[in-house]
Design a protein around this ligand. Structure first.
Ligand code: FBP
Length: 551
């Protein structure tokens, strides 16, 4: 056997041709709707974005052939990896070449910093072909540098002028697209002629609204995690001896956890947004878990699964207060960084917190308390992915059960295992849905650019229909904005979409969760993502999308 350089699936996926909406298959014409408004704070947003506010929603239709001028485009991958990023670039490249074979695509390396530091490569056919339908962002790399200072914008302008780049495409989440919008406005105000187009990326699923039905990567990541959860459930149901506490990525929003819950029917699925709405304490969360464990134990079932969103502790009011105080205290705090031992750091922090927060801090297991003081992210926030909430819950649940056992009200056995699923899904080979969706987004961006648009996010809608019926176009980013307090100042930002407790996905979960918790057999085993086979197995979108769009 020859040494292998690629798996059989990698080789097969290289020739997969992503499905496109019908409007993108031939020649495209633009249909422009009414003037738009921002979701809130219209007066302020309008004042801040005089050149890019109020633009119409655009949808594409099939039409007559047009000749497009040559354009040069630079693309940036921003933030955490999400399956399908490479296909956005492939769709963008193919679209550009189809619109005018003279067009050129450059990739800025390592995220937004590549634009500022002028690190780039030209993305040729040979390079792009290597990455078709693959996971990861390694074609040009990604990074979390924020584009928010004028000198960065000017450095960007410099390299665009040098390479005669007409447009920048920023593939990112809500923050990166907020910055794309500010950059578009800045370049428009300065009359640079440089257009900026955004693309909605994040596995977290929290960049969505009326016009952006989902962010790419959410579909694949949730399917990967749901497969793993299903496998664990089958193991739990076979061995019948462990409770599995499974934390899932997703930052603040619980979309991933909820979607995985809908796909796999675990015994318990915590939704942070509900915890906050009910003003629950850490102890009341523990109490809810304990209730289910005791009930199952009474039926001889000393096993189960619990899904925990990674942002949970930020939604528990007392913890939120503690974390906010820690964020303020630790931002650029050289005294703290100079301390050597964990114990010194612990004492320092305790001395600086309010009494209420110091009490909460003291009550936490040392490991968790230490994790809360680790390095902040570039926005100055605690990195929730580093906090092992699942271990904290196991410890607290075990203590409570021991007490109940001593009282004689619990007779079961509690043995728990912890898991954290995040990185396992972020670079997975994109599902057919994500491969098609991202390719369509990239292709859409190429049309928006060739049509001279700026300040738009590429949008592909009607996603529960077959791809041919998807509606491609553009949405003014200003339309998604409102004013929010950031670091003590009011700033224009894209509204983050948290799980809506009145939304169809949560309502469905609420209706069935008691059945999943009890002794009846409700586990679902979703199995691995399928790329070839019947369409209901291979092409179906997330349960979240299906429920949200159920007519
Ligand atoms: P984005 O919002 O940038 O898409 O990142 C998503 C995410 O995977 C979160 O779910 C997670 O909390 C975070 O990135 C972890 O980031 P990092 O790997 O940089 O620590």
């Amino acid at each position: 056997m020859k040494p292998m350089t690629k798996s059989a699936l990698q080789i097969a996926r290289a020739s997969y041709q992503p499905k496109l909406p019908a409007s993108l298959k031939g020649h495209v014409v633009l249909n422009e709707g009414e003037a738009t408004q921002s979701v809130a704070d219209q007066g302020e947003i309008k004042k801040l974005f005089p050149n890019t506010y109020g633009m119409p929603i655009i949808s594409f239709e099939s039409g007559e052939k047009r000749n497009y001028p040559v354009v040069k485009v630079g693309v940036i991958l921003s933030g955490g990896q999400a399956p399908g990023g490479h296909n956005v670039i492939c769709g963008l490249y193919d679209g550009l070449i189809k619109l005018n074979p003279e067009n050129k695509l450059y990739g800025f390396l390592g995220g937004p910093i590549g634009l500022v530091e002028h690190n780039y490569i030209e993305l040729t056919k040979e390079i792009v072909d290597e990455y078709r339908n693959t996971g990861g962002f390694d074609i040009i790399g990604s990074g979390r540098t924020k584009l928010e200072e004028e000198n960065q914008y000017n450095k960007g302008e410099e390299i665009c002028n040098q390479l005669a780049i007409n447009a920048i495409v920023i593939i990112g989440g809500d923050d990166s697209n907020t910055n794309a919008c500010i950059l578009a406005e800045y370049y428009a105000q300065k009359n640079t002629g440089i257009q900026v187009i955004g693309c909605p990326k994040t596995i977290d699923g929290d960049l969505k609204n009326e016009m952006i039905e989902t962010s790419f990567g959410f579909d694949t990541a949730c399917k990967v995690y749901s497969e793993l959860i299903g496998n664990i459930q089958r193991d739990a149901n076979s061995a019948k001896k462990y409770w599995h506490f499974i934390r899932l990525m997703g930052r603040s929003a619980s979309h991933i956890t909820l979607e995985c819950g809908l796909q796999s029917h675990p015994n318990i699925c915590i939704v942070s947004e509900e915890v906050e709405a009910k003003n629950m304490t850490l102890n009341s969360v523990v109490e809810e878990i304990v209730k289910v464990i005791v009930n199952r134990a009474n039926h001889g079932l000393n096993f189960g699964t619990i899904l925990i969103p990674e942002g949970l502790i930020e939604f528990i009011p007392a913890m939120k207060k503690l974390i906010t105080e820690l964020n303020d205290l630790l931002a650029h705090n050289e005294d703290f960084t100079a301390l050597n031992t964990d114990e010194e750091k612990r004492q320092y922090v305790k001395g600086m917190l309010s009494k209420e927060s110091a009490d909460v801090y003291r009550s936490l297991p040392k490991g968790i308390a230490r994790q809360l003081t680790l390095d902040r992210d570039p926005h100055g926030n605690v990195q929730v992915s580093l906090i092992e909430t699942e271990k904290l819950l196991i410890e607290m649940v075990a203590k409570r059960l021991a007490l109940l056992k001593a009282e004689g009200t619990y007779k079961g056995k509690f043995s728990a295992l912890n898991h954290f699923f995040g990185y396992e899904g972020r670079c997975a080979i994109p599902s057919n849905f994500d491969a098609d969706y991202t390719y369509s987004l990239g292709y859409t961006a190429s049309v928006l650019i060739s049509e001279g648009k700026t300040g738009y996010m590429a949008s592909v809608r009607n996603l529960t229909a077959p791809a041919a019926n998807w509606v491609a176009g553009g949405v003014p980013i200003t339309m998604m904005m409102n004013m929010e307090k950031r670091h003590g100042e009011m700033k224009p930002v894209i509204q983050k979409a948290l799980v809506r407790l009145d939304g169809a996905p949560f309502k469905y979960f609420e209706k069935y969760r008691a059945d999943w918790a009890d002794e009846s057999q409700s586990y679902i085993y979703p199995g691995p993502i399928q790329y070839y086979g019947p369409t209901e197995v291979c092409d179906s979108p997330t349960k979240t999308l299906l429920l949200e769009q159920e007519k």
